[in-house]
Design a protein around this ligand. Structure first.
Ligand code: GDP
Length: 452
């Protein structure tokens, strides 16, 4: 069994409760040493997952806190090792002192994600479930949390397990015929496996397609607010944010730099850039800002073009609108609706919403329009790929399955079909972590927080 790690699992702020976790060979011995159950027994006398009330002490035997302790013995714990948890009052000072006491008893500071990494290495969860732990903690929308929660219960691994099993059947049958020519084994006929390969193709294609939307579920959809100076862009961003982030001013061109914020528009998380006004100018600094705006528009998956509804649209407004119409996803916002001077909206193919950043009028409609542009894939919870590593592995598996099908169709020899089948199996193995390189797992767990 590995060395014993310890960490505060609940962050550094003052809170009602603070938790210290221990995992490894000495976890229960350390709990025994540092915790005195009120009932006078030792922690090791208690069964798994019992919450025991008592005193947490330091190495000198002085009381640090009156709190709860629980232990879980290997292999039935989160990490698969002996574990202990102190549920203390959430004082950073107490937690620090308790952690020092754990170190004095032989534990060492856990690295980011080390508890979950041990859970993975000890077979307590497969890799996509382990990744879902971080996604669940980081989730910024309920939809993203629900998807991660279902992946935590193995939604992706379940989906790919039957494909893997079908591919194993193909491979095993082929090798059995080859290795035991004298045995009475049914001939290996590729056409018997056509249906399985077709089903694998469809399932992997659906999974991969979900990444189109899924990658934005956690990272946010790159979006840009564009419009001429004073159109009301910064005010719109602020209204969406619900707090003042950009400097709102009536002097044109002061939003010279771009500002990026994550904004939740209902179920859609936007990575929203407020740009300097798109307009021709001689001012060098401003021109840099304008250039950035054009780039932001090109990079954005969603463009929100803002035109001041209290004024006649200018040539500049229309130029921006025409540029926005060229983008795959764009919406026109007619701003300052509260001023009651609204002109007819310019002719456009874009969905148009009248908004007031002062009263909030039209923001619900904007949310509805954007949500309709970026619907969640119609798949069960947990089957949206949100992670580039997973998508890349699924893509490789799919490529090999397609190559296998093509080889079959063009009458290639079974060994070619087999090579592709086994490459697909290897890619699926990387997906769930059953065969994945150590540097890859290290990279994955490094993005976790300490204590998870
Ligand atoms: P930007 O240059 O496009 O970012 O425009 P700002 O957001 O800085 O707004 C320019 C001016 O219009 C400021 O004086 C804002 O207070 C005003 N403004 C922006 N949106 C609204 C709105 O919805 N209603 C009203 N009445 N004024 C607005």
């Amino acid at each position: 069994m590995s060395d014993t790690i310890a960490a505060v699992a609940t962050g550094a702020q003052v809170a009602a409760i603070g938790i210290i976790r221990l995992s490894g060979a000495a976890a229960i011995a350390i709990a025994d040493r540092l915790f005195r159950p009120a009932a006078g027994k030792s922690m090791a006398d208690y069964g798994d997952r019992r919450l025991v009330y008592g005193r947490l002490i330091d190495c000198a035997g002085e009381t640090l806190d009156l709190c709860l302790c629980t232990i879980s013995r290997a292999p039935n714990s989160y990490t698969g090792e002996d574990t202990a948890e102190f549920q203390c009052h959430g004082s950073p000072t107490v937690l620090r002192a308790a952690l020092e006491a754990c170190f004095a008893c032989g534990a060492r500071q856990a690295l980011p994600g080390e508890f979950t990494k041990r859970a993975f290495l000890n077979g307590r969860m497969e890799l996509t479930a382990a990744e879902a732990v971080a996604d669940l903690i980081d989730a910024e929308t309920v939809e993203s949390a629900k998807n991660a929660a279902a992946q935590l219960s193995g939604a992706i691994a379940d989906k790919t397990a039957s494909i893997y099993s079908d591919l194993t059947d193909i491979s095993a049958h082929y090798h059995a015929v080859l290795d035991y020519p004298d045995e009475d084994i049914e001939d290996f006929r590729l056409e018997n496996y056509k249906a399985q390969l077709q089903a694998a193709d469809t399932a992997l294609h659906t999974l991969l397609k979900s990444f189109d939307r899924g990658r934005h579920l956690t990272a946010g959809l790159p979006a840009a607010i564009v419009g001429r100076p004073n159109a009301g862009k910064s005010s719109l961003l602020n209204a969406l944010l619900g707090y003042e982030r950009a400097i709102v001013t009536s002097v044109p061109g002061t939003t010279r730099d771009t500002i990026e914020e994550k904004v939740r528009l209902g179920s859609v998380l936007l990575r929203l850039t407020d740009t300097a006004g798109i307009r021709d100018t001689d001012d060098t600094v401003e021109r840099l800002g304008v250039e950035r705006s054009r780039l932001a528009m090109e990079r954005a998956e969603l463009v929100i073009a803002v035109i001041d509804g209290s004024e006649e649209p200018t040539g500049e407004d229309l130029a921006i609108l025409r540029a926005a119409e060229q983008r795959p996803h764009a919406v026109l916002v007619i701003s300052k609706a509260d001023l009651g001077q609204e002109r007819p909206a310019p002719e456009t193919s874009l969905p148009t919403v009248s908004v007031s950043s002062v009263t909030g009028q039209g923001l619900d409609e904007l949310e509805r329009v954007v949500k309709a542009m970026f619907p969640l894939p119609p798949v069960p919870a947990g089957q949206i790929l949100t992670n580039a590593r997973q998508a890349e592995a699924v893509s490789r598996a799919l490529e090999s399955i397609r190559a296998a099908r093509q080889a079959m169709e063009t009458g290639c020899t079974p060994d070619i079909v087999l090579t592709e089948t086994e490459t697909a199996m290897a890619a699926l193995g990387e997906l769930t972590g059953s065969c994945v390189r150590e540097d890859v797992t290290n990279r994955i767990f490094a993005r976790f927080c300490v204590g998870k």
